[in-house]
Design a protein around this ligand. Structure first.
Ligand SMILES: Cc1cc2nc3c(=O)[nH]c(=O)nc-3n(C[C@H](O)[C@H](O)[C@H](O)COP(=O)(O)OP(=O)(O)OC[C@H]3O[C@@H](n4cnc5c(N)ncnc54)[C@H](O)[C@@H]3O)c2cc1C
Ligand code: FES
Length: 255
């Protein structure tokens, strides 16, 4: 594992934060959108054996950003880490988003599942961005974070909140399904809570749209050794989410 300097740790909401790390040029060159890293705290505030996995949210000029949500011990420890301290980083891990994406493309993020799409949009050419739409849903307005950053890509930004406090009232999947009556996408990449991903998989069955899901699972080693993250494949056998994923073609896996 390498050490990375914490440049800033900005609280965005009560439970969501933006961690900015300084990383070396070698790591910057090695990362592609869709890949992830594991972060540990060298003072042992995380279980030392299990650094936690996070998607790269943004990577610009040696600054790597993570959008994280506090759910338990590790992310609580991350929340209070101060600028000027160091974290341990294991990276890059996993496979990038597919290289042969067919456009038009819709990116569908539920909650902090939207994180990885920032880095993808940073790397798409302006021509490709014109053929991309970002769908972003959360339970309420204040949980839709980094809106100015996402707006800066000038892609259609379709927002939904469950309580209707911003954008469409309902689930982001409802908004997408409504739009699909008038708009066509050839590929959809989705990341978010499991019920959202299951719903998308079900509703897009037979639509001809290629659906990729970015999945989460408990990841102990993150490198394919422990079997902690395996998922059954529809054709039989298993995939290692950490090594073969985290983004997989929906039709190839059982959820
Ligand atoms: C490839 C990959 C990429 C990820 N990218 C991000 C990211 O960009 N931003 C981000 O915030 N998180 C991301 N996660 C999830 C993140 O790794 C976990 O939330 C984190 O490991 C939880 O650690 P913890 O010690 O705080 O919680 P733990 O103490 O390990 O768990 C505390 C409780 O929270 C539950 N829990 C654990 N993970 C989650 C979860 N994801 N959602 C809801 N409940 C959970 C556990 O079941 C447990 O009940 C990613 C996970 C994977 C596998
Ligand atoms: S996390 Fe160990 S095999 Fe995937």
């Amino acid at each position: 594992m390498k050490k990375a300097l914490v440049i800033e740790n900005e609280p965005l909401t009560e439970r969501i934060g933006l961690l900015s790390l300084k990383v070396d040029q070698h790591l910057c060159m090695a990362f592609n959108p869709g890949q992830f890293l594991k972060i540990g705290l060298s003072d042992g505030r995380f279980d030392p054996l299990f650094p936690r996995p996070f998607t790269v949210h943004s990577l610009q000029k040696n600054t790597l950003r993570i959008l994280y949500q506090v759910v338990g011990k590790g992310t609580r420890a991350l929340r209070i880490i101060k600028a000027g301290s160091y974290v341990e980083v294991l990276a890059p891990l996993g496979q990038p988003y597919p290289k042969d994406i067919e456009f038009p493309l819709a990116l569908v993020g539920g909650g902090v599942g939207v994180a990885g799409f920032g880095f993808l949009l940073e790397r798409l050419s302006s021509q490709r961005r014109k053929e991309t739409a970002l769908y972003y849903g959360a339970s309420k307005r204040s949980d839709l974070v980094r809106l100015d950053y996402f707006k800066s890509f000038e892609v259609p930004l379709r927002l939904a909140t469950e309580d209707g406090s911003l954008g469409f009232k309902g689930y982001i999947t409802d908004l997408l399904e409504k739009d699909l009556k008038e708009r066509c996408f050839r590929t959809i990449i989705a990341c978010g809570p499991l019920p959202m991903l299951k719903r998308l998989k079900e509703s897009l069955k037979g639509s001809g749209i290629k659906l990729y899901l970015s999945l989460e699972n408990f990841m102990a080693c993150g490198t394919g050794f422990c079997m902690g993250c395996v998922l059954p494949k529809r054709s039989g056998g298993y995939v290692h989410l950490c090594k073969d994923g985290p983004t997989l073609l929906a039709e190839e896996i059982e959820l």
